[in-house]
Design a protein around this ligand. Structure first.
Ligand SMILES: [Ca+2]
Length: 203
């Protein structure tokens, strides 16, 4: 009988320990009110929450438009790892748009205030100062926001979630998308670097 009680107590302690461990892990990922989605620092897919990503194009058979993605260790934000390099062209006589997609694994961002990402254009190869960012959720809502004023220096672009038009529920996000558009892009072809995509809370 005593043995059984001891065993039961050990089991309870183990379960509590496990639960505490899980909650600690969640806390470390949300250090400083931020939750890191993608830093690209492994140089491999997936992102930091297990989501796949890649470039996409409206018309892969039209070779005058398209986007390709690559890990870049030269132009990165921070002292180690990689950024995501997006080499795009919407310089086509046909309607052209393309960009980058990334799965968010039904991430619950409802406790966060902003989507934040580090962005810069390539000073030598050229870049658009404007592009669209989309957030999609499991209910098929699509939120849209235009990022402007991109330069060839790293900037922390912080987008309030409430400023995404077309989406109201952030509790089950399915996808993050970058869109380069022929009608909007200030440069029809060029290179944009992304790094440290995350959800943040207001201070
Ligand atoms: Ca990085």
């Amino acid at each position: 009988m005593v043995k059984k009680i001891v065993l039961a107590a050990m089991l309870v302690a183990a379960v509590i320990g496990l639960a505490a461990g899980v909650s600690r892990a969640a806390d470390t990922e949300a250090v400083g009110g931020e939750f890191l989605i993608a830093d690209f620092n492994t140089g491999e897919k997936p992102n930091n929450i297990g989501g796949d990503f890649g470039a996409w194009s409206k018309d892969p058979t039209d070779f005058s438009q398209g986007c390709s993605e690559a890990f870049d260790s030269v132009n990165r934000h921070g002292s180690t790892g990689f950024s995501m390099k997006l080499d795009y062209s919407v310089d086509s006589k046909n309607p052209a748009y393309n960009g980058f997609w990334m799965f968010l694994q039904n991430f619950d961002a409802s406790k966060y205030d902003n989507l934040a990402l580090w962005v810069k254009g390539d000073g030598k190869l050229g870049y658009t100062t404007v592009f669209k960012v989309e957030l999609k959720n499991a209910s098929k809502q699509v939120g849209r926001y235009y990022v402007t004023s991109i330069t060839d220096s790293w900037q922390d672009v912080v987008i309030p979630l409430k400023d995404f038009k077309g989406i109201t529920d952030f509790s089950n996000l399915s996808e993050f998308v970058i869109v380069f558009e022929d009608r909007i892009a200030s440069n029809k072809k060029g290179v944009i670097y992304l790094d440290d995509i995350r959800f943040t809370k207001n201070k």
